[in-house]
Each structure stands twice: as structure tokens, then as C-alpha cells.
Write a protein that binds this ligand. Structure first.
Ligand code: PGA
Length: 257
């Protein structure tokens, strides 16, 4: 069971999928399927162009809307970038930061994660900070060293008070989009390690309160085993969040426990 001080959170990460019309259709379809769900927080991370529609249709259904990335400057000559204040104005309450696809394909580094994190917090966004090792790093027994580095550099310079809205997502890169989910035991081990690191980096109480989500091939048939782990407080769902039926089944994980 999750400790009562950590409310479960199920988040969908749509990546570069869903137009405005498809965003509307998703919320229309999921509406009757999540009726009366109140055991967890619900989040959808939509592409920039669909955020406004997601806010307008999703918030009424209880979803908090998240961006998938942001830039750390307030404004300026940064062609193609979006600021935290722009996301707030669009109605976002959350933002992903440091997703492994940003790290792999778009040059995200621990230092840029930290700058984005500071900007998001200053604007009142709740950051979902993604960490996780690659297959090569896991096979070389570097998982803990990678997580330690990503957390220490990514969270550098935060006070305990500033840390409190932060959500961490543990997403082993080898499990993302591969259908190869971490077993609940492997995921639990990494989550416990992360919580331990947070205790040292921030404080034991902050670590105890921090929600740590698992991400990487989460599906309706593996979510309940993951959620049964003591340090897994929710999920960040990619592929299976695109379909209203499968995302609703994940959200209702406690019914199949
Ligand atoms: P996946 O993606 O569920 O498709 O593996 C997870 C993520 O990238 O957040």
C-alpha cells in the first residue's frame, strides 16, 4: 500500500501525438470511463499545440494538464522555445523535465534539467523530473551511479521548501516504448534507491513525501503489480496513454489488484 502521505498519480505522456481534434476526442471518450475516479491524481502531458484544448476539456474531468518540456528563460530571442509563464497562461499545472527522449535526441543534460526545474518552480508549475539509466548503463552495473548523478545535478541548489512540488519519474530507457517493462521488483529497487538519495539530497521528510512514478511500457496488465510496490506512487505512461480505453484501465488499476 502507498503511504497515505503520497497520493497516487497516473500521468499520460502523449509525446508527438494528438492534434487538437484528437485531444478533444480522447477526453470525450475517457469521460465516462473515469467517472467517479478519486483514488489518484490524473495528468496528461500534451503537445504544445493541444495544451489549451486539453485544459479546456480535461480539467473539467479532473485532469491536470502538463507540458512535455519548457525553456528556462522568461522571454527573449529563443526561436522555437516556450517559457514557463506561457505554459501557465495556457493553463498548465505540470511540466515534464528531462525526459529521456529529450536527453537522447535534443541535447538535454543534467545542468539544463536543473535550469528548467528552477524556471518551472519559479512560475508555479509542478515539475515531473525524469531520470533513468540506458541498457548499456544497466548492463555495466551503473544504474545507481547514473541515478545518483542525474538527481544530484538535476536537483542542485534547491531548498527543502522549493523541492516540495517536485515529482520524480523513474524511467529506465530500456523499458520505454520497447514493451519490456521493468519487473515490479527491479522498479521497486530503483525507486527505493531514489528515495534514499532524496533523503540525503533534500531531507528524509521530503523524500518520504515525494511521489516517484514508474515509466516504461506501463500497460493495463502490468500496472497493478507495479502499484503494489511500496515506493511506486504512480506511473508515467507513454504508448498506452494514447487510447482512452487503455489509459482508463490503467487509471483503474486498483480494481484488478
Ligand atoms: P512508454 O513511454 O509507456 O511508451 O514506454 C513512457 C514514457 O516515455 O514516458
Amino acid at each position: 500500500m502507498n503511504a497515505p502521505l503520497r497520493r497516487p498519480l497516473i500521468a499520460g505522456n502523449w509525446k508527438m501525438y494528438k492534434t487538437i481534434a484528437e485531444t478533444q476526442a480522447f477526453f470525450d471518450q475517457i469521460s465516462p470511463l473515469i467517472f467517479e475516479v478519486d483514488h489518484c491524481d490524473l495528468v496528461i502531458a500534451a503537445p504544445f499545440t493541444s495544451l489549451r484544448r486539453a485544459v479546456e476539456t480535461g480539467e473539467k474531468l479532473g485532469f491536470g494538464i502538463s507540458a512535455q518540456d519548457l525553456y528556462w528563460e522568461k522571454e527573449g530571442a529563443y526561436t522555437g522555445e516556450i517559457s514557463a509563464a506561457m505554459l501557465r497562461e495556457a493553463g498548465c499545472r505540470y511540466t515534464l523535465i528531462g525526459h529521456s527522449e529529450r536527453r537522447q535526441f535534443f541535447g538535454e543534460r543534467d545542468q539544463t534539467v536543473n535550469r528548467k526545474l528552477q524556471a518551472a518552480l519559479a512560475a508555479g508549475l509542478m515539475p515531473i523530473v525524469c531520470v533513468g539509466e540506458s541498457l548499456a548503463e544497466r548492463e555495466a552495473a551503473q544504474t545507481e551511479a547514473v541515478l545518483q548523478r542525474q538527481l544530484a545535478a538535476g536537483l542542485a541548489g534547491l531548498t527543502e521548501a522549493a523541492f516540495s512540488p517536485i515529482i520524480i519519474a523513474y524511467e529506465p530507457v530500456w523499458a520505454i516504448g520497447t514493451g519490456r517493462t521493468a519487473t515490479p521488483e527491479i522498479a521497486q529497487q530503483a525507486h527505493a534507491f531514489i528515495r534514499n538519495q532524496l533523503a540525503g539530497l533534500v531531507s528524509p521528510l521530503a523524500a518520504e513525501r515525494c511521489r516517484i512514478l514508474y515509466g516504461g511500457s506501463v500497460k493495463p496488465d502490468n500496472i497493478s503489480g507495479l502499484m503494489a510496490q511500496p515506493d511506486i506512487d504512480g506511473a508515467l505512461v507513454g504508448g498506452a496513454s494514447l487510447d482512452a480505453g487503455s489509459f482508463a484501465a490503467i487509471v483503474r488499476y486498483q480494481e484488478t489488484r
